[in-house]
Design a binder for this molecule. Structure first.
Ligand code: FES
Length: 146
């Protein structure tokens, strides 16, 4: 469910002092802007951009590296190719989904659900699959969106 609180994203980010050099987030920030419960994350209401030149995202410059941010797991699965999935597990909602570079899959540490790079469940706890977001890379800017 979405709510508006009388401040748009640009105004909010401006108040935080975030410029385009930092995370260029147009993301659901808790209940402040648009997403106010986990259903929104599961349903795919995300849209943010990371600058891979920022040290916080160095892991994404190496194949097999990953970051977890904004309840999204973003993995560099091959040179210039990224896969992003929700961090919220479809099994029982734990925010424990992570990437396993050795297996090249996503894994929930709560009860062991496993998902492939297309979001398909690979075992019984992962049978509902996992939401996969779109990604696009433009220069050093990686956008994650639904
Ligand atoms: S909540 Fe992820 S496997 Fe159960």
């Amino acid at each position: 469910m979405k709510t508006q609180e009388g401040i748009n994203r640009k105004q909010f980010l401006s108040k935080l002092g975030l410029g385009t050099g930092a995370i260029m987030a147009t993301y659901c920030l808790g209940g402040l802007i648009s997403c106010n419960d986990d259903d929104d994350y599961i349903s795919g209401e995300v849209d943010f951009t990371l600058d891979l030149d920022e040290s916080a995202y160095d892991a994404l410059n190496t194949v097999g590296g990953y970051v977890r941010i904004n309840k999204v797991v973003i993995a560099a699965v091959s040179e210039g190719t990224f896969v992003a999935v929700t961090q919220i597990c479809s099994h029982q909602g734990a925010e424990n989904v992570t990437f396993r570079p050795l297996n090249n899959d996503f894994y929930c540490t709560q009860h062991g659900a496993i998902f492939d790079l297309e979001g398909k469940g690979l075992n019984s706890n992962g049978s509902k699959g996992i939401l996969v977001y779109k990604t696009s890379l433009s220069g050093t800017l990686l956008r994650i969106y639904s």
